[in-house]
Design a protein around this ligand. Structure first.
Ligand code: COA
Ligand code: MG
Length: 288
């Protein structure tokens, strides 16, 4: 699975931002047709994204296109106008039921067959950002084409009538429900946008909190957010060293016939081993 510590959006009708995005060393570029694009500019966004997919070299960044939600009336033209140019994946926002994923998956599979691409070579990521989406997480998360669920904090707050705060306690239930569903189905979990994009200390702290909740990445909306977010979702050198020690000590203690043992004055057993293995897996995915 492609690493997606930071998933950077830009409006699909903004050629300048698209060309800028490929210079940033960001894991994942998500060119938008949905809420970042004015209603009068949807057709322009489709054409601009098609041109970008044909003409630009994205290097090691993944190239995704976000369509409008299923039922918006725009979704069909959105997906059909970008699929022929083989994006790495399609993002469907505001998903509330597995039917909407099946709709997208069938269209993608038809394109894979038509163009002779390997089946499942165009991945799918979905936004869960409404009350219904959160209630239906289990059915949504189990679709085989899915790589990740993206939790949209602003949309979710609007959906339930919550007031957004800096602490984001109003989002915690849904934010943790998304991580849980992703863990259950081995998906990446991609956390909320920090809209206060001038405050880099804030985005760093929010990204670190998301990582502690179990998220694997975060949505970003501005180039300055890329570095702090990618760093927050990369295990630190100390965390990696500690995880290796746990794994090594665990193996040694198993050989001695002990399930639980002490390391640096703390009890280590199976769940701590699993956590250490996750840290090492994330470090590897981040190229460390
Ligand atoms: N992707 C790529 N480049 C971006 C960018 C983005 N998301 N946001 C800003 N930039 C570029 C600008 O074009 C500018 O480039 P330049 O220095 O070459 O001229 C540079 O980064 C600095 O931008 P800045 O002036 O600080 O921001 P802005 O006022 O132009 O834009 C936003 C602020 C919020 C409008 C803009 O960041 C944006 O459009 N973000 C994405 C919004 C979006 O897609 N929303 C939907 C998903 S939630
Ligand atoms: Mg949204």
């Amino acid at each position: 699975m492609h690493s997606r510590r930071a998933l950077l959006y830009m409006p699909g009708d903004d050629w300048k931002k698209i060309t800028k995005s490929i210079t940033l060393g960001v894991d994942c570029i998500c060119i938008d047709m949905e809420d970042g694009v004015a209603i009068s500019r949807k057709a322009e966004a489709r054409a601009t994204i098609a041109k970008a997919l044909q003409e630009l070299d994205f290097g090691r960044s993944e190239k995704l296109a976000r369509i409008n939600s299923v039922g918006s009336g725009w979704e069909k033209d959105d997906i059909q106008s970008v699929l022929p140019y083989h994006p790495d994946g399609i993002v469907i926002p505001k998903v509330e039921s597995p039917d909407q994923i099946r709709w997208g998956s069938e269209i993608i599979e038809a394109a894979e067959l038509k163009y002779g691409w390997p089946i499942n070579s165009v991945r799918m990521l979905v936004g869960v950002e409404t009350a219904k989406g959160v209630l239906n997480l289990k059915e949504i998360a189990s679709h085989p084409r899915l790589d990740a669920i993206i939790f949209g904090g602003e949309d979710y707050a609007a959906s339930i009538g919550a007031t957004r705060t800096a602490e984001a306690t109003e989002l915690l239930y849904a934010r943790e429900a998304v991580v849980t569903a992703c863990a259950a189905y081995d998906l990446q979990a991609i956390d909320i946008v920090t809209i206060d994009f001038k405050n880099l200390d804030f985005v760093r702290a929010e990204a670190e909190f998301g990582a502690r909740l179990g998220y694997s990445g975060k949505q970003v909306i501005h180039p300055a957010q890329v570095e702090p977010v990618q760093t927050a979702f990369t295990p630190s050198d100390e965390a990696i060293v500690h995880a290796r020690r746990v794994v090594d000590a665990f193996e040694a203690s198993q050989k001695e016939g002990k399930g639980a043992f002490a390391l640096d004055g703390k009890m280590i057993d199976m769940p701590l081993l699993r956590n250490a293995q996750k840290v090492l897996k994330r470090a590897k995915a981040a190229g460390k």
